[in-house]
Design a protein around this ligand. Sequence first.
Ligand code: PEP
Length: 250
Amino acid sequence: MTNNYMYFIANWKMHGNIADINKTSSVTKLSRLKKFKKHKIIYCPPYTLLKNFYNKVKNSNLSIGAQNCHSNSDYGAFTGSVNAKLIKSTGAKYIILGHSENRNNGETDLTINKKIKAALKENLKIIFCVGEQLSEKRKNNTHKVLKKQLTLGLKNIKKFNNIIIAYEPVWSIGTGVLPKNLELSKNVNSIKKILTKSKKSKNIKILYGGSVNPKNAKELSKIKEISGFLIGGSSLNSKKFIDIIKKSTN
Ligand code: PEP
């Protein structure tokens, strides 16, 4: 990695309880060590744990993020939903948007664009997920898919200092199958080109997500275009999460 700091974002998905928050103390300790202080370690638990998790880590170098939000920026009659304002009130600073598991549940580029705008309004930092399905990769449509997701998702957005991109090939999420380093850098460079061409940003940080674990972290961290990882399964176990952080920052 050429960057002086890296992101390690734990996506807990629909897992976790209070006891699990207490099991992350070793990560809090690590984040305080001189060697790791500069990196950004972020936990994204379910909504139900945001406030408790924030209270646990507020005096450390860890941050908290949500995994989604409603597209409406104001309060309102949306039973069962949580918007960016409510997320902000828990102490969370980050939010994952556009995750493929939500796209697969019918979330469109237009809705994601609305969610990004609503979250930016609350000054949340966005982790915007993009990535191709296996069938799209097989048809050589990866670039086309990334272009569509980035262009529509970021439509009419001018400020990029609060946006990070997470490139997550859908076929790699939770499968243990990873793109080869060359393919990965090619796709990350595609993202950079798309954003530069559309005058979005040259300097936007791009993370990789998809089956990152302690065994592959070192190799993945050699890809200089990548500024860190969005980690699902392996982030549920503090030992594995710490291993990933250590191996990618050595
Ligand atoms: C994810 O859900 O964003 C993810 C990368 O999951 P996993 O690490 O389990 O593949």
